[in-house]
Design a protein around this ligand. Structure first.
Ligand code: SF4
Length: 222
């Protein structure tokens, strides 16, 4: 019997690079690179993760949201933004009129949790060499999804996308344009907002997401 599974076809019949050009089934392409990431040894973080956190959402939306790295809950479940910060993000997006499953594809700069030390529950910031190593997968995701708009959540995502070190605080509310005309809109990482735990700050965050939603609408119409 012929195997019609798109991943099988991709691996056995197509040249993956050709599949990119042909605009082949995006889920299959993402699944192909997720499988590669599961075997990845590009940096030492594969040794301490429980679950790889590759990405989630609608790859046909033309919109991506990129955070920093998986947290403890994400590492346990294998899905991005499912812990406290993720719950806050989902609520804030809902208030801004964004459906996080339908309206965007969400991922992180790193696909494995950067633990302070093996066995720890403490997370440290990503190292430059880890970001460099894992950029292989983020670049593939961007090539497959072809976003017109990206929500950069936090300084690590924004610095990566702009390819220079920038402070998130100084850039909130600005719109950047990067390669292929992709627009980048920076917001704080949701974990910073829940750490601050101030109603005022939470409200501001929703307002920033509403601006992002307006950009989404503008791009849809253009
Ligand atoms: S963080 Fe990225 S580069 Fe490092 S092991 Fe995980 S998938 Fe590979």
């Amino acid at each position: 019997m012929v195997n019609k599974n798109p991943i099988y076809i991709l691996k056995e019949v197509f040249d993956v690079e050709k599949a990119f050009v042909l605009g082949y089934n995006k889920e299959a392409l993402l699944e192909y690179y997720k499988e590669k990431a599961l075997k990845c040894r590009r940096c030492p973080l594969y040794k301490t993760r429980n679950r790889l956190v590759f990405g989630w959402g609608n790859p046909y939306s033309g919109v991506m949201a990129i955070g920093e790295a998986p947290g403890v809950d994400e590492n346990r479940i294998g899905k991005p933004f499912v812990g406290k910060a993720g719950t806050f993000l989902a609520e804030a997006m809902e208030k801004a009129g964004i459906d996080r499953e339908r309206d965007l594809y969400i991922t992180n700069v790193l696909k494995c949790i950067p633990l302070a030390f093996p066995g720890s529950r403490k997370i440290r910031p990503p190292k430059k060499e880890e970001i460099r190593a894992c950029s292989y997968f983020l670049e593939k995701q961007i090539q497959i999804i072809k976003p017109r708009l990206i929500l950069a959540m936090g300084g690590f995502a924004l610095s990566y996308l702009l390819q220079r070190e920038v402070k998130i605080t100084a850039n909130i509310g600005q719109i950047f344009e990067i390669k292929d005309g992709i627009k980048v809109f920076p917001v704080f990482h949701p974990s910073k907002i829940i750490r601050e735990d101030k109603e005022e700050v939470r409200k501001h965050y929703v307002e920033d997401l509403k601006k992002f939603k307006s950009l989404m609408e503008e791009l849809k119409e253009s």
